[in-house]
Design a protein around this ligand. Structure first.
Ligand code: NAD
Ligand code: MG
Length: 394
């Protein structure tokens, strides 16, 4: 029996995780669930999964959550606040942590799980984008097991040899990692139309159903940029060893190209329950509730390379990855502010990249040798981005 903590249980990944877990009550026991705003859903989840701990991310929500839990007749211990998130994710009785909080807010609780040597199922890509080197050092130092949930990275993990040596793809005969992405809802839109797209259009992903922030990131391909950085840290790759390929059908989730000309791809219907089930059960395989691929009904199977005029955010992310951690941290922070402002109707879709670029140009190069410095650079970039939003608005 594996005892599980789900950070960000009420989100898209969190809900898919609980869906898979509910199919295998003999394998998994939910010990802690955390959520942020949707406390009613969090309590509904608790009624089903009976965790020992129920945690609201915001300290101010303690009483509201405690009342909801009491009204629902739940016996679990209610906690709230940032320390409570870290407490449950590093708890002695927990074996596995699903890190599915969105954005920079996920960094510290995910790191707490790593420092406690847990098996960490990483959906929160922002943690690696912000602190990749420190994060991977902590994984090594505390002998945590890191399993990727992001579908592309999970696919790459599945296509790598079992004896893959971190940072040394050539020693396994690997020539390149091919990171696939759908290109989002505006792959074929006229560039002139992008100025006027609405949050609803941007969040309407052709293949995946996801949270709003990652949906906008998919439309700008910043998501692929963040994933590029994530792949470099997860597998120890240089920027030259990763190539982005657009594959609009999202059936291939990424590929590994070997020196002998072989290309291994992982395929499946676009449903996050597949990588979630893979990481939950690894090295076993379990049923995930995902329909099998029906090859006869796949109308098309196409590929192209991204055009940076359409996707300037992708270029910014690849350049930031080359520049260093201060740049990826600043870009991540600026982008969170920009996407939020776009979702609130305060800036245009096409201004997201402009804002990100301006923040990147204004942040000084610094070494990020500890998490405090990471958080300082994050908040500097965030403040700068917020002031630009105010200036640009209207
Ligand atoms: P979501 O917005 O649906 O859910 C986010 C979760 O985080 C919710 O439970 C929310 O309550 C919690 N949360 C939000 N702000 C918080 C805060 N300040 N403090 C603590 N908790 C907070 O997001 P999602 O789509 O489930 O994505 C979660 C993570 O997984 C992201 O990092 C995303 O990039 C990654 N991811 C998602 C998908 C997907 O298909 N949805 C795929 C790959 C990777
Ligand atoms: Mg992904």
């Amino acid at each position: 029996m594996q005892r599980l903590c789900v950070l960000g249980a009420t989100g898209s990944i969190g809900q898919s995780t609980l869906d898979v877990v509910a199919r295998h009550p003999e394998r998994y026991e939910v010990l802690a669930l955390t959520g942020h705003r949707n406390l009613t859903l969090l309590v509904e989840q608790a009624q089903l999964h009976k965790p020992r701990y129920l945690v609201a991310a915001d300290k101010q929500d303690y009483s509201a959550l405690a009342k909801l839990a009491a009204d629902a007749g739940l016996a679990c211990e209610v906690l709230a606040g940032e320390e409570a998130l870290a407490f449950v994710s590093g708890h002695d009785d927990i074996d596995m942590v699903m890190a599915a909080i969105v954005g920079a807010a996920g960094l510290l609780p995910t790191l707490a799980a790593v420092q406690a040597g847990k098996r960490v199922l990483l959906a929160n890509k922002e943690a690696l984008v912000m602190s990749g080197r420190l994060f991977m050092q902590a994984v090594h130092e505390h002998q945590a097991t890191l399993l990727p949930i992001d579908s592309e990275h999970n696919a790459i993990f599945q296509c790598l040899p079992h004896d893959y040596v971190y940072g040394s793809p050539a020693s396994s005969g690997i020539s390149k990692i091919l990171l696939t992405g759908s290109g989002g809802p505006f792959l074929n839109a006229a560039l002139s139309e992008l100025d006027n797209v609405t949050p609803e259009q941007a969040c309407k992903h052709p293949n995946w159903s996801m949270g709003r922030k990652i949906s906008v990131d998919s439309a700008t391909m910043m998501n692929k940029g963040l994933e590029f950085i994530e792949a470099c840290w997860l597998f120890g790759l240089t920027t030259e060893q990763v190539q982005v390929v657009i594959h609009p059908q999202s059936v291939i989730h990424s590929m590994v190209q070997y020196q002998d000309g072989s290309v291994l791809a992982q395929m499946g219907n676009p449903d996050m329950r597949t990588p979630i089930a893979h990481a939950l059960a690894y090295p076993d395989r379990i049923e995930a509730g995902v329909a099998p691929l029906d090859f006869a009904s796949l109308a098309d199977f196409s590929f192209q390379y991204p055009d940076y005029t359409r996707y300037p955010n992708l270029k910014l992310a690849i350049d930031a990855c080359q520049a260093g951690q201060y740049a990826t941290t600043s870009l991540n922070a600026a982008n969170e502010v920009a996407v939020n402002a776009f979702l609130q109707g305060r800036i245009r879709f096409t201004q997201i990249a402009g804002l990100n670029e301006q923040v990147l140009q204004s942040i000084n190069a610094t070494e990020l040798n500890d998490i405090d410095t990471v958080l300082k650079v994050d908040s500097q970039a965030r403040e700068l981005a917020k002031s630009l939003v105010t200036r640009w608005q209207g």
